[in-house]
Ligand binder design. Structure first.
Ligand SMILES: Cc1cc2nc3c(=O)[nH]c(=O)nc-3n(C[C@H](O)[C@H](O)[C@H](O)COP(=O)(O)OP(=O)(O)OC[C@H]3O[C@@H](n4cnc5c(N)ncnc54)[C@H](O)[C@@H]3O)c2cc1C
Ligand code: SF4
Ligand code: SF4
Length: 406
């Protein structure tokens, strides 16, 4: 086979032009000589072209890029149109009280990581933590102690690209757990299918339900609303330290300023989510071995209450490997869990039902306007549309026409 010669990049510029980039960093892993992830002026991580690429490399990027599409391989599992393949569904929390308090919901995800590390199932965890040099931003980290897992717990509603840890930091002779957004995991799974050594180095992947990545400008708006100068902020948490906890800025003088989850996520961040997330057919991490989410308490109408409480995570295992790790972590006392009926997940996560059931109408609107859209296979986008009403579908169709990509 002859190698194609380097040429001017075409594929990634086209993905960016159609605003399809999820910011996962996969292209910079495939072609680190050609792409580097940088923060764009509108506050999203985007690949910047730093060198020539061959057609061969562009073809490789096309296979893994979630902006272009995602395929779910079921391997004889059944899959729910809203919630994906589920081997076990439960609610629960970390039995480590500090972890439960500090984490996003019940700390179940961190408790599973703690179990995997302490039992030497893995040597290190690839995950996301606060960037100490730029506290509202994220960085990919490799954790090898329970303390590091604790520090990295809690959701950070800002751009992240944990896949970039694969470029230089991953020691392929060690075993890793990988935590990422659903689109990160989808890209990683394709890379692992094509690279047996990488697949051996990452025996387990964990993800979470994902409402979308907000622009970093959202965090600056939170600081501005709090009346703070970003230069005075030495640490920034998006939530946690309670459930759901508060967005909390710590200043140089040691004082803190807080904003409720309702105001920070509901009032600011959720309105600054990137375009790709609005047409995401897999916000529930169908490709991961285990996913966690908020097991929100609901009011009498079935809608989540965001009143402070002790955290509870929803935990779904999706593969035999995820199922056994979850069972073992529970049996070993890292987690307290109880079975949760899958039929009740919809009332706990109405936002995810709305999101998935709207995708078909939104994709249809974009295609009619001539935009490129991701190709989804195995994610049951059309079946999910039946969980919406005709009025909602029309509203989403018209909404996408109004808010088309720039
Ligand atoms: C952008 C975003 C959107 C979300 N949307 C929803 C939603 O719609 N519904 C819902 O129920 N839950 C959502 N979550 C997940 C939720 O906030 C909790 O993470 C989940 O409930 C698990 O809680 P936990 O206490 O078990 O996790 P924890 O024990 O707190 O562990 C969280 C893990 O996530 C990693 N992490 C944190 N931020 C990021 C990031 N930006 N990128 C990659 N990894 C990260 C951490 O490194 C840690 O390993 C979202 C999270 C993020 C980051
Ligand atoms: S979605 Fe990921 S792989 Fe695709 S262009 Fe964006 S950063 Fe690169
Ligand atoms: S909503 Fe989908 S595309 Fe957006 S960050 Fe989450 S998983 Fe990725």
């Amino acid at each position: 086979m002859t190698k194609s010669s380097p040429q001017e990049a075409k594929l990634v510029p086209d993905i960016l032009r159609n605003d399809l980039c999820a910011g996962c960093g996969g292209c910079s892993v495939i072609a680190p000589h050609a792409y580097k992830m940088e923060m764009s002026s509108d506050g999203f991580l985007r690949p910047v072209n730093i060198g020539q690429v061959s057609t061969e490399v562009e073809n490789e990027i096309a296979q893994i890029c979630p902006g272009l599409g995602q395929s779910l391989s079921l391997n004889e599992r059944s899959s729910d149109p809203l919630w994906g393949p589920c081997t076990d569904v439960c609610s629960g929390w970390s039995t480590d009280r500090q972890m439960r308090h500090r984490a996003s919901s019940g700390g179940a995800l961190s408790a599973i990581l703690k179990y995997l590390l302490e039992t030497k199932y893995v040597d290190r965890v690839v995950q996301t933590a606060e960037n100490p040099d730029h506290p509202v931003a994220n960085m990919a980290v490799l954790s090898s102690t329970t303390e590091q897992i604790l520090i990295s717990s809690g959701s950070r509603y800002a751009p992240s690209a944990p896949l970039t840890a694969l470029i230089t930091d991953l020691d392929r002779s060690q075993k890793h757990a990988f935590v990422g957004k659903p689109c990160d995991i989808a890209a990683l799974k394709v890379m692992m299918d094509r690279d047996a050594e990488l697949s051996k180095a990452i025996p387990i992947t964990l993800s979470f339900f994902c409402a979308g990545v907000p622009s970093e400008l959202g965090a600056f708006e939170i600081l501005d609303t709090m009346g703070l100068n970003p230069n005075d902020v030495v640490s920034f948490r998006y939530r946690g330290m309670g459930w759901p906890g508060h967005a909390t800025a710590t200043l140089k003088d040691g004082t803190t300023s807080q904003m409720s989850y309702h105001d920070s996520w509901g009032g600011i961040l959720s309105k600054k989510v990137q375009h790709r997330c609005k047409i995401c057919a897999d916000s529930v991490g169908s490709a991961a071995d285990i996913v966690c989410a908020d097991a929100w308490h609901c009011d009498e109408n079935g809608y989540p209450l965001f009143t402070e409480a002790e955290g509870v995570s929803l935990i779904i295992s999706r593969t035999a490997r995820g199922q056994s790790s979850l069972a073992e972590a529970t049996a070993a006392g890292y987690l307290q869990t109880e079975r949760f009926p899958i039929a009740d997940v919809a009332s706990m996560q109405p936002g995810q039902v709305r999101k998935k059931s709207a995708v078909a109408a939104r994709l249809f609107a974009l295609r009619l306007m001539g935009y490129r859209t991701p190709r989804y296979r195995g994610l049951q986008v059309l079946r999910a549309a039946f969980f919406s009403s005709p009025v909602e579908l029309i509203r989403n169709f018209l909404g996408m026409i109004r808010r088309r990509p720039r």
